[in-house]
Design a protein around this ligand. Structure first.
Ligand code: NAD
Length: 359
């Protein structure tokens, strides 16, 4: 079967379980040096898949970092840049980012800034990075628990998606990726949302991944630099990123990205109902979907202040106003809805009451 290619912003997203196209890409180019950036888990589980698919491929160097969101920061980038220098990388080098969203975000950032930018390709290995993080050219790292606050828009040379990598992914990580798939249906494709909302995350197929990427790709190709339309992809992320950042700083077992934005999407669906015409039926449907797939996250009112500080640092704000992308109905999302702090607090209370910790 021919691999499916989706044209994006000057590159293709290629769906190919055999990785033949990655093989072809490397053969067609004459890079002076090839580096693979990966983390410990992807190194154990995914590098062998790559090596098996391309047994002739050698002579590359591997930069391995510790896994986890807590390592997506500038200190780790400095380590990566130093390793690139040690390995003799120059402007004609290629960086292959092999891993989840932490690796594709941080690898894209380090490649786009090293010697003013070298080529990189994304080989995402988690469901979340396949359906979302590896596509669209947003790269970056966190700082002081504010998500993705340092970064660039930089397009890869190609993205290679192989569902074979997902075989070794644990259930919690798989479900985390499902959150972004559900989001894509909610913001832009009601029938896709209806088709997937009741599925088990293990039932997600390459076709679902392709459809989810196609939704995101359709948005980012129209608005690569997030001047307008692209902001719809941030539904759930204003509150979700604050919860994720706070959880990283304070929880022993922090929320995963998808878990945080699942809670964020419930809060922001409440805001959409309160302020943007989302019907009560739609709100209840969204709540039911996320609570079916994701564990409840309990938090105290004492953290609201910290959450609001994190939200105020969000990139979507204008001045001191906190900006949201809110649904008007399932399948449609409005951008630049600015919400007063007391209403945001209401939405956080709404979630707490829903899960029974708001008494
Ligand atoms: P992750 O990169 O931390 O990967 C999750 C875990 O799975 C890690 O421990 C990793 O080592 C492990 N892993 C990776 N592939 C594996 C495999 N095939 N088998 C077994 N283990 C494997 O997290 P993620 O959920 O992939 O990505 C989350 C990140 O993506 C966040 O930092 C988020 O901000 C970012 N993101 C970016 C964009 C974007 O547009 N740039 C969009 C959405 C999310």
């Amino acid at each position: 079967m021919n691999p499916h290619k989706l044209p994006s912003i000057g590159y293709d997203v290629i769906f190919d379980d055999t990785l033949t196209e990655l093989h072809r890409f490397i053969q067609q180019h004459t890079y002076s040096k090839i580096l693979i950036l990966t983390d410990r888990n992807a190194c154990i589980h995914c590098l062998p898949v790559l090596q098996e698919a391309m047994p002739w491929f050698d002579g590359y160097d591997v930069i391995e970092v510790d896994p986890g969101e807590e390592n997506k920061n500038i200190d780790f980038c400095v380590g990566i840049w130093k390793m690139m220098l040690d390995f003799g990388a120059d402007r004609q080098s290629l960086l292959i980012n092999l891993g989840g969203g932490v690796i594709t975000d941080m690898g894209g950032f380090t490649a786009s800034t090293f010697k003013r930018g070298i080529d990189f390709v994304q080989v995402p290995t988690t469901l979340l990075s396949q359906v979302d993080a590896s596509v669209g050219g947003k790269t970056g790292v966190d700082m002081d628990h504010v998500k993705n606050i340092i970064g660039t828009f930089a397009q890869p040379k190609a993205v290679f998606i192989a569902s074979t990598f997902l075989r070794t992914l644990d259930q919690r990580q798989l479900v985390s990726g499902f959150a972004e798939i559900i989001k894509h249906g909610l913001i832009a494709d009601r029938s896709f949302y209806e088709a997937i909302k009741g599925l088990d995350a293990t039932a997600i197929s390459l076709e679902h991944i392709r459809h989810s990427v196609a939704i995101k790709n359709n948005v980012v190709t129209q608005d690569p630099l997030e001047k307008g339309l692209r902001k719809i992809l941030n539904f759930g992320h204003t509150i979700g990123h604050a919860l994720e950042g706070h959880s990283l700083a304070s929880d022993r077992n922090p929320l995963l990205h998808g878990e945080a934005i699942a809670a964020g999407m419930i809060c922001e669906a409440y805001l959409a109902h309160r302020l943007n015409g989302l019907s009560e039926d739609a709100l209840n449907d969204i709540i039911q979907t996320f609570r079916r797939h994701f564990p409840d996250y309990s938090y105290d009112r004492e953290i609201y202040e910290a959450l609001l500080v994190l939200m105020k640092n969000d990139k979507k704000n204008a001045g001191h106003r906190i900006g949201f992308s809110l649904l008007s109905t399932i399948g449609q999302c409005d951008i630049d809805v600015f919400v007063e702090e007391d209403v945001i607090v209401e939405s956080l209370d709404f979630y707490r009451n829903l899960i029974g910790s708001g008494r």
